[in-house]
Design a protein around this ligand. Structure first.
Ligand SMILES: [Zn+2]
Length: 234
């Protein structure tokens, strides 16, 4: 076998490994990103519920103040009742007292609604806080694991690249440049086997003459369709 062909075959094997590892390096952070999005959205929910809860408590406080103020008025009017002189005054004060009492009854109903909502919100808040804490922990653990994996893979890619560079010195520079161009424009495939008369790079059926030439392994033959270097299967 021509030495160049052997080197090209080995270069392609190295590039296959590099591509595999590179794809993994690109894929892994996406897993972490999905986990991060999950826990971030739960964190966002906790924030929203907390805001709604604060609003709710403010409203309750306001309604309670209204009740207190109405009760103060009622007390004041009831005291005045003790010293009224006319029936008209008496009726007017009583009407005020009734009006305040009715208002308080309405406010108390509203308060109950707010309190019911408060208890629902507290439950929800607790649920999302637990989810958020759980998923944040999963995210942190996975991230550390994946960061490690990526670093390992990167180290491996660096080693493979170094090996490739060393190997590339064994063929003429022009041929290596041609190989690199094919790698870059051919989806990572520069050297492909010929299988049953078909280029495995582009599925083009080559001429019988090419099949014979490739099987000899004594000169570099390229696919007429995709320009990749054709080699015989091992
Ligand atoms: Zn081809």
């Amino acid at each position: 076998m021509l030495k160049e062909i052997k080197v090209l075959r080995n270069l392609q094997e190295l590039d296959d490994k590099i591509l595999l590892n590179t794809k993994e390096i690109e894929r892994l952070p996406k897993v972490v990103q999905e986990l991060e999005e999950k826990y971030s959205s739960e964190q966002e929910s906790v924030k929203n519920i907390t805001q709604r809860l604060e609003q709710n408590l403010l409203q309750q406080k306001k309604l309670e103040l209204d009740i207190t103020s109405n009760n103060q008025d009622i007390n004041k009017y009831e005291n005045q009742l003790l010293s009224v002189k006319t029936n008209k005054e008496y009726k007017a004060l009583n009407a005020e007292i009734t009006h305040r009492k009715e208002k308080n009854a309405d406010i108390e109903e509203q308060l109950i609604e707010f309190m019911e909502e408060e208890s629902v919100l507290r439950e929800e808040k607790k649920k999302f806080e637990e989810l958020f804490q759980k998923d944040q922990k999963i995210f942190e653990e996975e991230k550390a694991k994946i960061d490690n994996q990526v670093a390992e893979l990167q180290k491996k890619v660096d080693e493979l690249e170094a090996e490739k560079l060393k190997l590339s010195k064994e063929i003429p520079e022009l041929l290596y440049r041609r190989y690199q161009r094919l790698i870059q424009h051919g989806n990572g495939k520069a050297v492909v086997t010929l299988s049953k008369g078909t280029c495995t790079g582009c599925h083009f059926r080559v001429r019988p003459q090419i099949m014979v030439e490739v099987s000899k392994n004594d000169r570099i033959i390229t696919c007429e369709n995709c320009s990749r270097i054709l080699i015989a299967p091992k």
